[in-house]
Write a protein that binds this ligand. Structure first.
Ligand SMILES: [Cu+2]
Length: 220
């Protein structure tokens, strides 16, 4: 179905599969319950001469409608937990990832690369505003921070959304798998300029990315 942008990261497919599984399961039961409700509302509507009766319930039925949803939830929990820990567990974040710092502020994304020494906050750092460039097929590890209020780093194409909270550094990683340009949106209402808090991710071949870093540093 087409209401998501095509996935452009390594784990986008898994997240989408989970989303659609939950969508169809809950959608099916939602329609079933609504149809049942409508059916009984009509079947037992007020009629001349028919008296209401008191019903004590049915243990068998109650066990079924408790156990079946519990089992479905258990399966969904296990499936979600697997994907979640793969993506979010700090122990499983890729060691060879490209490290980038994204500092959110009202209303821009400040982006910092560590430069040749691989350390942040040193003179060889490369910084840009709203322009995140990444090499394709290499994991990127983003350290998210905020200068002022809570923002949220959202790249729909990568299926990545993470709050940037003042005073905290939050790490998120993903591997871009498709060349192209994608939008970074702030997904947390952060003030009057929230609507224009947009950045752009450019996923490019490794060589182009390296050339871009050199060029950006030279223009600083
Ligand atoms: Cu914001």
């Amino acid at each position: 179905m087409g209401f998501f942008p095509e996935s452009a990261s390594s784990f986008g497919g898994e997240i989408d599969r989970l989303f659609w599984a939950i969508f169809w399961i809950t959608g099916f039961f939602f329609l079933l319950v609504q149809a049942g409700l409508l059916f009984f509302v009509l079947k037992y509507r007020s009629r001349a001469g028919r008296k209401a009766s008191y019903v004590h319930g049915h243990t068998g039925l109650e066990v079924i409608w408790t156990v079946v949803p519990a089992l479905i939830l258990l399966v969904l929990t296990i499936a979600s937990q697997k994907v979640w820990s793969e993506i979010r567990s700090p122990r499983r974040m890729p060691k060879d990832a490209l490290h980038v710092e994204v500092l959110a502020e009202q209303f821009a994304w400040n982006i910092r690369y560590p430069g040749p020494d691989q350390r942040m906050e040193t003179p060889d750092d490369i910084t840009t505003i709203n322009e995140l460039h990444l090499p394709v097929n290499r994991p990127a590890l983003v350290s998210l921070k905020s200068k002022d209020v809570i923002h949220s780093f959202f790249v729909a194409d990568f299926r990545v959304k993470q709050d940037a909270v003042p005073g905290l550094t939050t790490q998120v990683w993903f591997t871009p798998t498709k060349l192209g340009q994608y939008e970074i949106r702030c997904a947390e209402l952060c003030g009057l300029g929230h609507y224009r808090m947009r950045g752009q991710v450019t996923v490019q071949p490794r060589r182009d990315f390296e050339a871009w870093l050199v060029e950006t540093k030279a223009n600083e």
